[in-house]
Ligand binder design. Sequence first.
Ligand code: FEO
Length: 396
Amino acid sequence: MSARKLTEGIFEVGARDWERRLFDELIPLPDGTSYNSYLILGSEKTALIDTVDPKTFDQILANLKKLKIKAIDYIIANHAEQDHSGSIPALLEIFTGAKVVTNSKCKAMLIDLLHIGGDRFIVKEDHETLTLGGKTLEFIIFPWVHWPETMLTYAREDRILFSCDLFGSHTADSRLFIEKDRETGIKEPAFRYFAEIMYPFRSNIAGNFEKITSLDISMIAPSHGAVYTNPGFIIECYREWISDRVVNKVVIPFVSMHGSVRAMTDYLMDALIDRGIEVKPFDLTASDVGKLAMALTDAATVVVGVPTVLGGMHPWAAYAVYLYNLLRPKTKFVTVIGSYGWGGKALEQIKSMLYNVKAEILAPVIIKGLPGEKELSALDALADCIASKHKEIGII
Ligand code: FEO
């Protein structure tokens, strides 16, 4: 535990969660995470921007004690999700004069999720401000990153943007600031976070991006992971990640029970590589979901490799296809390769699960048993088809 100074009168007082390995009981956290909470000391009032996951409440309390904070006037809630809001009720009990400052949507959600009394709120809407004495906080409504009520807080005099989940990274690294020499190292954690959490909302981010680029920003301080002292770095990363651009890449999430789908996947991989296409295979029995999500963000084509089990698609493939659909990918082409023993409905099942995927469905290659010469030729034809589609959209 330690309070880390951003600038005069502004401290990070949140918690590091070194041991957490899953978020939402779904997303892998190889490097843990942090719940950053920012204390702003004005000449008249004190505010806390976002709090911490309740299981790390002791850490924020210790940090506030270390700084000898006797009163908090405002707790700013940029987002209602409990990893940031969950300690608000306990803080309201300690700091009995404190008010929760947030927008009307977030207020309603905090009442539903945490049962905070309606009289403890001050509601602020887009571009409204709160004065602390020498420090003015402006609230910027920025919905759907990644819940509907999200907002950002901009400290005008210090030019710091407190972005909550947006621009976050899941890392419990004790070094708060990303200086120039750490930019390369943070790119993968930041991209993994984007792929897992923000990617489905990329059009919402793009639609509101000007609200960020129009600000004069000295630091971007998210509520997970690193603080950017060169905001242009992470802004430019996001500009690329939220774009509609796809690349000459095929992602193949696959499962193989007895080697047939594995043989098809290996053959198709080689055939695609021979045609100048990047290939990323993921054996779904042993793959990191985060790496799969990262690979999917800009792949032009996805080929699902699936065996049939008990008349339907293998459950691991169903899990991957379900997640793939939830991510609302910008994939242009999708198809299936698979093998069955005596029949099944894997293809129909996969098609019905891809209702969010606006891709063209290419002719699948579904075979009985182990691939022979005829089936391998069908895979060559599929590789030709993918290469020609990639040429059509100008990425080969
Ligand atoms: Fe970090 Fe959406 O909470």
